[in-house]
Design a protein around this ligand. Sequence first.
Ligand code: NI
Length: 280
Amino acid sequence: MVGAASSIVLWLAGSLSAQPPPAPPTTSPSIPVAKAVETPAISYSAVHLDGRFIAMTFDDGPSEKLTPELLDLLAQHHIRATFFVIGRNVVEHPEILLRAVREGHEIGNHSWSHPAFGKMRDESVRAELQKTDDAIRTAIGVRPVLMRPPYGSITARQKKWINSEFGYRIILWDVDPLDWKRPGPAVVTRRIVRETRPGSIILSHDIHPGTITAMPATFDQLQAKGFKFVTVSELIAMGKPMPPKGPDTEGWTPVSSPGVAPRAPQQVPAGSPAPGLANP
Ligand code: NI
């Protein structure tokens, strides 16, 4: 504080005496936009890009019965997806994860036991992530580079230290069909197809039978609209820089970050829980 104040005083003094002013204090609270754009985003709910590329994501598996069925459907449609897996499910079915990777899909960390990180101590969050990171590496031979917090529950501070310690990008979503409430396959398909935009990251779950049933029509209709499916890491790699829309918000709801296109608010049916209290 003293240093910053001294710098400001020096700068003012320089201006008043008509001397060339020294450089403004580097601790200035207003961050130039150009500088912020150069900083890689660590959190994404969608990606700003050219082209009709999207990323389909499936959470909470692997499921012994449903995930292999989904992998069959993805192969038939020549679609690659991203799976955010639960560590304790990974150790039950590492062979399903290995199959997914061999078929071109990406694996991300979705914690060990699906708690809400937002109100947890750092040590507990760290243990959830590390155990799952280890389980994934044991199953497929490489560490994940993506993490999705259960329920989208994560603070801005947690995003920073998790990115710093684990190297993960934190992946949220901009399309949520609320498939965990089991509204029926036709509704899941309709919501996804209606809300998907270029650069969308679509949330769904490979632990609900109706979600798997919804996928053939969902894939057909999205492909008919010209969308091409890539993994989340591939989608991010295609991203174009954008000026930040504001400081990263602390809290539970999915938020846009530098590098992320702003989105219209999700249409949540009346009586639904608030965003973030859902069950992703
Ligand atoms: Ni989940």
